[in-house]
Write a protein that binds this ligand. Structure first.
Ligand code: G
Ligand code: G
Ligand code: MN
Ligand code: NA
Length: 249
């Protein structure tokens, strides 16, 4: 498969690059975190986005090598920021295929120690649906990750089918409300009620809440009133390259 071969070479030749999207504290208005988002810097075709190669990565199993590359690059950048006095959490997306690798927790611990990035600044984002489908294998791994100090985020919250049933059993720290909920919240009182309830539910469970896909000041004010903890979205910034991160923070 051409794509698979190309992707394998891209990982080996460092043709992947991370962009970072700031995550802002709603009370202070300052950036407290960055979500790392992978791109493929293709020598001929230019910058490719995850929707163009993530399914190939998943199906071929290359997601495991790619994930290792991403984790290391993100931790290195997080450490560089810390060394420059910028204390920011780094959020890294992890696919369930990676999480289910027998040595995943050991690999995370190794990357943290080799990059000297303190575990408390690392957040691993896992999408809800896939986590619940692999519940019994995934849970002990999430526990082990938390025991080494890593924080766990439930990504795309609200889009999974049995989220509420499992919510109390998942060893997580953060809920990320999927951007599809924000999109309708300004037009519909019912949609707004759902977001309000999600924030309240997360707080009752002593979880931090991040709202994704915040594009307007109106949405930001709405979330602030709800005491949502953090926001992420085009209103603050699109994902940017490493150099631009320094301009933003
Ligand atoms: O901005 P963007 O197009 O990068 O992200 C699209 C999707 O790709 C998001 O749902 C995000 O979770 C996923 N994604 C981006 N980077 C990574 C990564 O490094 N690993 C995994 N597993 N998914 C990623
Ligand atoms: O991992 P996750 O599925 O949350 O990935 C985030 C995705 O959402 C990325 O593709 C990113 O570029 C995109 N994104 C981030 N902020 C916004 C926003 O404000 N609006 C929209 N439409 N997409 C966003
Ligand atoms: Mn994410
Ligand atoms: Na998400």
């Amino acid at each position: 498969l051409y794509m698979e071969k190309g992707l394998r070479e891209a990982i080996a030749n460092n043709h992947l690059v991370l962009h970072y999207q700031p995550i802002v504290d709603l009370v202070t208005g300052t950036a407290v975190g960055l979500e790392a988002l992978v791109r493929w810097q293709h020598p001929e075709r230019g910058l490719a986005f995850p929707d163009q190669f993530m399914s190939v990565a998943e199906e071929s199993g290359l997601i495991v090598d790619m994930g290792q590359w991403v984790l290391r690059a993100a931790c290195q950048f997080g450490k560089e920021l810390l060394d420059n006095g910028k204390e920011l959490n780094l959020a890294v997306n992890v696919s369930v295929k990676e999480l289910l690798q027998a040595d995943f927790v050991d690999q995370v611990a190794l990357v943290l120690s080799e990059t000297a990035f303190p575990s408390r600044y690392l957040e691993l984002e896992i999408v809800e649906t896939l986590l619940i489908e692999n519940f019994s294998v995934a849970i002990p791994k999430l526990r082990a990750l938390r025991s080494i100090g890593v924080q766990i985020s439930l990504d795309d919250f609200g889009t999974g089918y049995s989220s509420l049933h499992y919510l109390t059993e998942l060893p997580i720290d953060i809920i990320k409300i999927d951007r599809s909920f924000l999109a309708g919240a300004m037009e519909s009182n019912k949609q707004a009620a759902i977001v309000e309830t999600m924030v309240a539910l997360a707080h009752r469970l002593q979880l931090t809440v991040v709202a994704e896909g915040v594009e307007t000041e109106e949405q930001r004010q709405f979330l602030k009133q709800l005491c949502c903890d953090k926001v992420q979205g085009y209103l603050i910034s699109k994902p940017v390259d490493q150099a631009k991160v320094y301009e933003l923070i």
